[in-house]
Ligand binder design. Structure first.
Ligand code: CA
Length: 224
């Protein structure tokens, strides 16, 4: 499993939150922006795997954001709009949007489209993740600590990637359980603690980066 990062660009707060909640539940890592300018900033900083882009936005509109991104990236883009004119849709495709969803839509449909699009585009993490002497080669599914390979179970592996991808954020046990074991997993929150414990042992001195957040859960803490 590799965790996909989705950037939601939508100026309506309720809509932004709704889409974000649905996608988070599916284990995606969510970034949000309420305007086009901030969206480009986030896109340039983070390794975003897919964009959900509204058209009518403050600062830069969705068309501008799409055009800018397409200068350098093939990232999948789903455009949202309240307008349903066919000409807009065609315009969107010309600018390089992959999908076009007209409001109002069901969040479940959106989630399904996101998954299908990611599958179709088959985004593989080709870049290695490197942080504080921990190196993850996701293509080869191998982890090295200070150059030495460590054997992790699939869940420990997913857990470590998820913690690193969300570095410096406090993650609740529920969030970790939902993202790594799945929303339908019928398990105990202590499952998370058990895995963290084993992961810490395997990480040896790198375990210091996994902080326990009292009353919340865990955080991969690195100062940059
Ligand atoms: Ca809007």
């Amino acid at each position: 499993m590799s965790f996909k990062k989705i950037l939601i660009v939508e100026d309506e707060m309720r809509m932004r939150r709704l889409i974000g909640d649905y996608l988070k539940r599916e284990g995606f890592i969510i970034y949000k922006s309420e305007d086009g300018k901030k969206a480009l900033d986030i896109f340039n900083k983070e390794n975003i795997d897919l964009l959900i882009l509204d058209i009518m936005l403050p600062e830069y509109d969705g068309w501008t954001v799409c055009r800018e991104i397409r200068k350098s990236s093939d990232v999948p883009i789903i455009m949202l709009t309240a307008r349903s004119e066919e000409s807009d849709e065609l315009f969107g495709f010309e600018l390089g949007a992959d999908e076009y969803i007209t409001k109002p839509f069901s969040p479940k449909i959106l989630v399904a489209r996101v998954k299908a699009l990611l599958k179709r585009c088959n985004v593989i993490r080709k870049e290695k993740i490197k942080v504080k002497g921990i190196e993850i080669d996701d293509e080869a599914h191998r982890i090295f600590i200070d150059g030495k390979e460590v054997g992790l179970t699939p869940k420990e592996y997913d857990l470590l990637i998820y913690l690193i991808e969300n570095k410096n954020k406090a993650l609740t046990r529920e969030q970790l359980l939902n993202s790594i074991w799945g929303y339908d997993y019928f398990g105990d929150l202590r499952t998370v603690d058990t895995h963290i414990k084993r992961l810490r042992i395997k990480l040896k001195d790198k375990s210091k980066f996994i902080d326990t957040v009292r009353g919340v859960g865990y955080r991969f803490e690195v100062k940059e």
